[in-house]
Write a protein that binds this ligand. Structure first.
Ligand SMILES: NC(=O)c1ccc[n+]([C@@H]2O[C@H](COP(=O)([O-])OP(=O)(O)OC[C@H]3O[C@@H](n4cnc5c(N)ncnc54)[C@H](OP(=O)(O)O)[C@@H]3O)[C@@H](O)[C@H]2O)c1
Length: 248
């Protein structure tokens, strides 16, 4: 099959391109660094010509609510319009487990907008909701890290290996549209503060962690909000494997 990946130069996108190629598919790269801008729409029509399916793993680094919603909304509308024009029959969206249960982080508002547009859109779809990646704790601590101190919420998550995310995306894209959402998670529940401690220890970094619910993640994210549903598909890569491999 010919399968396009929007966000092809990103962390998940690169691994997804490799998974598709390993499975014998032709992978088409969509990203500004690959010469295609999904926000302005430049180059999309050419990139999608002859494609059977597309996987959207784009991302924005913005933490501004309006900007995040505008980015994910505009990119999704542009992709769906170009797919309809090109006759692409399957749109696969990478999303986040628990998205409809939790609150106020701007990123989640953008992802909800993506899911709304895709599930109401003109192209048959599959939404693959995955849990947080293994480097999530270090990323969250990095948002506030200053002079060797960082705050972090004691979230419960069931983290997943990025390579496992890519493999599932490639497999779902090559199958028929589900017109539904699926949850995909790693094998074990973890506490985010403990994950951050172990990550920094593995990286040889001395960071003091201050647990709090007063940052980006508030008490609305406590409990089992971010854990997968009982019917979730579980993958095999563990957090301990990732630490042992260098925590990068
Ligand atoms: N981190 C987590 O724990 C987690 C958990 C669950 C789900 N997710 C989801 O995973 C997704 C991918 O994350 P990631 O870490 O792989 O992202 P990333 O490494 O930041 O990659 C983002 C990709 O988007 C592309 N992009 C940005 N603007 C674009 C534009 N205007 N046109 C075309 N491409 C554009 C970038 O390429 P260029 O810069 O070359 O354009 C890059 O390839 C996100 O949507 C996130 O919500 C993350």
């Amino acid at each position: 099959m010919r399968i396009a990946v929007a966000g092809a130069t990103g962390r998940i996108g690169q691994l997804t391109i490799a998974s598709l190629q390993d499975a014998g598919h032709q992978a088409v790269k969509i990203s500004r660094r690959a010469g295609v801008d999904a926000y302005s729409g430049d180059g999309l029509a050419d990139a999608l010509r002859g494609a059977d399916a597309i996987i959207d793993s784009t991302n924005t680094g913005s933490q501004d609510r309006e900007q995040v919603i505008d980015f994910f909304g505009t990119v999704t509308r542009n992709l769906l319009a170009a797919e309809e024009e090109a006759g692409v029959r399957h749109h696969v969206l990478l999303s986040i487990v628990g998205l409809d249960k939790n609150g106020r982080a701007p990123h989640y508002d953008g992802k909800r907008e993506q899911e709304r547009l895709v599930s109401a859109g003109p192209v048959p779809w599959s939404i693959v909701r995955v849990t947080q990646f293994h480097d999530f704790a270090a990323m969250v601590a990095g948002w506030t890290q200053c002079d060797g101190v960082a705050t972090i919420a004691p979230l419960l998550i069931q983290p997943i290996a990025q390579a496992d995310v890519a493999a599932v995306l490639a497999e779902v894209a090559a199958g028929g549209p589900l017109n539904d959402r699926i949850d995909v998670a790693g094998p074990e529940t973890q506490d985010l503060v403990d994950m951050a401690r172990r990550t920094f220890a593995a990286r040889g970094q001395d960071i003091t962690l201050v647990p709090t619910w007063r940052g980006v993640f508030g008490p609305d994210m406590a409990g089992e909000v971010l854990l997968p549903g009982e019917s979730a598909r579980l993958t095999s890569g563990t957090f301990a494997d990732w630490l042992a491999a260098g925590a990068r």
